[in-house]
Each structure stands twice: as C-alpha cells, then as structure tokens.
Design a protein around this ligand. Structure first.
Ligand code: TGC
Ligand code: FAD
Length: 387
C-alpha cells in the first residue's frame, strides 16, 4: 500500500535504480539521525556543525560524481538525491557539500594539473581540506564579467588584488578557487589559507542560511606561483561551468526542503483538531496539501529528467536554469504555505518550515538569481541576451 505521507503519488520511486535508492537512503538516515536533531540549534546559534564533516566524508558526500582521487564516481541522479536529502535537512548543509563538490573539487578535477589534483582532491574527498569559491564581488554578483579582482603577471608569479563577497565557507577554507581578470581574460587561481595578503572576514547577522558560514575574502598583493593557476579554465566559461554543477544540485536540493515542509504540514493537519474535527477534513486544507504535492511532483520529475540528460551527456545549461528557477520557487512557496498552516507554532525554530523558508531566500539569490535564470531561458528561446 502506498504510504500517503511520502510525497510520491506518481511512483517516481520506480524510476530509480537500486544503487540510486541505496545512496539516497544512506544519506536520508544520516540526515534523520545526525542533522535533524541539532539543526534548529545550529540555525539559532549561527553555527555550522563542523564535527559532522568526517561522517559526511565517510558517506562519500564530497565530490561523489568525480572519478579517482578517492571519489566514488557515482552518476548524477545519485548526486541529485544526495543534495535532495541534505537539503531536506537544511540548505546550509547542502551548501557545504555543494560548494566543496561542485564549486571546488569539480574545477580542480576539470581544469587543474595532475599536481593540483593529487595535492587537493584526496584530502577534500576525506573532508580534511575545505574549499570555497570566490566569484561574487561587492559591486554586483549577477554580472561577474565585470569583476574588479585583478591578477597581474610578475615574472613566473601572479599578484592578485581585490575582494570577494558572500562566499560560503570562506573563513574555514584551506583553499579558495578565486576568479580574477587578467590581461588574457578571466582565470582561476588556488589561493591558499595563510598566504601573505590573503584574509577573510565572516558576514554576521544573516536571517537566512544561518547554519552556514558566509565570508568576505580580501586580496592585498597576494603573490602566487603559476602552479596555482587552473590551466584548463579560460574566460568566463570557467566559473560558469562550475555554476552549472552547483545549480544542478540546487534543483534537487530545493525539492528536499519542500518535502520536509509538506510532510510537517501534513502531520500537523492530521493532529490538529479545530471546529470539532482534524484539519485534514477541511476542503481548503486538502486543496493546499494537494497543491503542494502537485508542485513537488513536477519538481521531482524535472530534476530526474535533468539528471538523466546530464548522465547522457546531453544536458544544456539553460535546462539547469529552468530547473533551478522552478524548483527553488516551488520550495519557497511550499515553505511559506507550510509555515502558515502550522499557525503560530510555525514561527518557532521547533518547526522546520520557517527555517527552510528563510534559507530559501538565499537559495533563490545565489547561483544566479531567479531573474537571471528567467533571462537565461529567455535568451535560449529568443536568441536575444536581455540581461
Ligand atoms: P556569456 O556570454 O553568457 O558566457 C560567457 C561564456 O561562458 C559560457 N557559459 C557557460 N558555460 C558553462 N555553463 C554555463 N552555465 C554557462 N553560461 C555561459 C558561454 O558559452 C561563453 O563561452 P565563450 O566560450 O563563448 O566565451 O556571459 P555573460 O557575461 O553574458 O553572462 C551571462 C550570465 C548573466 C548568465 C552570467 O553572468 C551569470 O550566470 N550570472 C549569474 C552569476 C552567478 O550565478 N553567480 C553565482 C556565484 S557562486 C554562488 O552563488 C555560490 S552559492 C554556493 C552555495 O552556498 O551553495
Ligand atoms: P545583484 O547582482 O546586485 O542583483 C540585485 C537585483 O537585481 C536582483 O534582484 C537581481 O535579480 C536583479 N537583476 C540583476 N540583473 C538584472 C537584469 N539584467 N534585469 C533585471 N534585474 C536584474 N557567491 C560566490 O561567488 N561564492 C559563494 O560561495 C557564494 N555564496 C553565497 C552564500 C549566500 C548565503 C548568499 C546570499 C550569496 C552567496 N553568493 C556567493 C553570492 C551570490 O551568488 C550573489 O548574491 C548572486 O549572484 C546575486 O548577486 P548580488 O547579491 O550582488 O545581487
């Protein structure tokens, strides 16, 4: 018999392979046992649960689709299910894993030298080294082509000056993938913790993604050897190629947040008795729950088809934009709806929808705002860039 509490009216379960289900269920257990009991407190205290990083590494959550260097070489649907389950826990936890995997390990794997790969990837897969991705600058993140951070050639070295803002994991990172303008166009550099002239400062007082560290990065004449440049990344396509990986994961992750909110609202409606009967008996409540499930189901199917296209090697980045736009919007709307259904209790950190709702305010902004993704799809349809 179908479990009515599981948001799977279309038997999407049957579309996953046994391996995909096993990966998802292992991460689900980790989230239920280790994340959910502590995440409200982390959110309240503005702290990321660093002590769980070794367990995340043990589960293979860092760089899971990469091959060699201690990575599992899983398919992209497995990766999506990992992101879905992590974000069912909290967007901050998913952020940690997606920055480490899609924005740091991926560019080293795709654009780096053998030495760079050997030096960083095995330790990053084990969670012993943490990475961050510095693209956004204080003067505007949507248009990275106008970045002001500059790298100048000085003999065999590079000198970097500038600043990056809103950088996930910035201050706790051993290595920052930093994108800078050079005389030859945009290039990527590995800036290491402790390098002279490199400093970070955390951004406090966030009302969103509180269980995640967000920092500014400063570069004051940071001198790097050419060995710290990613040779395979040339032009803006370098960082944008990384964003495709992380945006793909977010398309799945936001559905995880939506599922958590839907499930909490459904349980509440079974238990809450008003006007002499449980809330589930009310037509208006059923319509709201049905509408949540409609949106979750379409988001799941979109993410799954995107994953199958990515695994087939035919996915286009405009498809990722459509899925990120749709699924984060679905997550936000459902979180808000669930928060309202929970009544006054729904404003408490004891309930997850308000935490997801606040987190998704970051998720809809980072990795390309909703408007940017709408315009990417618009460009694909019309051939006209209207940014
Ligand atoms: P445009 O002319 O479109 O592209 C320049 C070159 O890049 C190629 N390209 C892509 N390649 C791979 N994947 C993509 N998604 C790509 N999009 C474009 C393109 O083919 C071109 O290549 P080439 O060889 O012809 O030079 O560039 P544009 O300057 O017109 O910009 C277009 C626009 C607005 C879409 C782009 O700038 C953009 O996506 N802006 C949004 C920036 C953004 O998303 N920033 C995110 C920062 S990282 C972050 O938020 C991490 S959050 C982490 C967490 O905690 O989870
Ligand atoms: P802006 O680019 O200034 O945009 C402001 C508004 O203008 C938005 O509503 C936008 O949609 C709108 N807009 C933009 N262009 C147009 C247009 N052409 N037409 C109409 N409207 C438009 N960045 C990183 O590099 N690395 C990270 O690890 C990282 N982590 C982050 C973590 C958090 C918690 C947050 C909140 C952000 C993070 N970011 C990171 C930054 C994020 O990518 C940027 O915030 C995002 O790209 C938007 O840039 P912005 O905030 O400067 O807004």
């Amino acid at each position: 018999m179908r479990d009515s509490k599981k948001p799977d009216l279309f038997d999407i379960e049957s579309q996953f392979t046994e391996d995909e289900r096993q990966v998802r269920d292992a991460v689900a257990r980790f989230v239920d046992d280790r994340i959910l009991p502590i995440i409200g407190e982390c959110f309240e205290n503005e702290s990321f649960p660093m002590d769980l990083v070794p367990e995340m590494a043990e589960l293979g959550l860092f760089g899971p689709t990469l091959t060699d260097y201690g990575c599992a070489g899983l398919n992209n649907v497995c990766y999506g299910l990992i992101m879905q389950e992590l974000e069912r826990g909290d967007s901050g936890v998913r952020s940690f894993a997606s920055v480490q995997s899609g924005l740091c390990m991926y560019p080293i794997h795709a654009y780096g030298t053998d030495e760079q790969k050997q030096r960083w990837l095995p330790d990053m897969a084990k969670g012993k080294k943490i990475g961050c991705f510095g693209l956004t600058e204080p003067d505007g993140g949507s248009d990275p082509g106008t970045m002001k951070t500059i790298a100048k050639k000085d003999g065999g070295d590079w000198i970097i000056n500038g600043a990056k803002m809103w950088i996930t994991n910035g201050s706790i990172s051993d290595v920052a993938i930093v994108w800078a303008e050079t005389d030859e166009g945009v290039r990527g550099f590995l800036v290491e913790k402790g390098m002279t002239g490199y400093s970070t400062r955390d951004i406090p007082h966030k009302f969103s993604l509180r269980a995640s560290i967000t920092s500014e990065l400063f570069f004051d004449n940071v001198r790097l050897p050419d060995a710290n440049r990613l040779p395979g990344a040339k032009g803006l396509g370098g960082p944008l190629g990384c964003l495709t990986q992380a945006r793909y994961g977010i398309a799945w992750g936001a559905i995880g947040a939506a599922m958590a909110c839907y499930q909490e609202a459904l349980e509440f409606c079974h238990e809450r008795v008003l006007f002499g009967e449980p809330l589930v008996n009310k037509q208006h409540i059923q319509i709201r729950l049905a509408d949540m499930l409609r949106r979750i189901t379409t988001g799941q199917l979109l993410a799954l088809q995107l994953g199958r296209l990515k695994d087939a090697g035919t996915m286009h980045h405009s498809q990722v934009s459509l899925a990120k736009w749709n699924n984060v919007r679905v997550g936000m709307d459902i979180a808000r709806e669930a928060r309202d259904i929970l009544g006054a209790g729904g404003i408490s950190i004891e309930c997850s929808p308000i935490r997801h709702m606040l987190n998704l305010e970051s998720v809809i902004t980072y990795e390309g705002t909703e408007t940017i993704h709408q315009l990417i799809v618009g460009r694909e349809l019309t051939g006209v860039a209207a940014f």
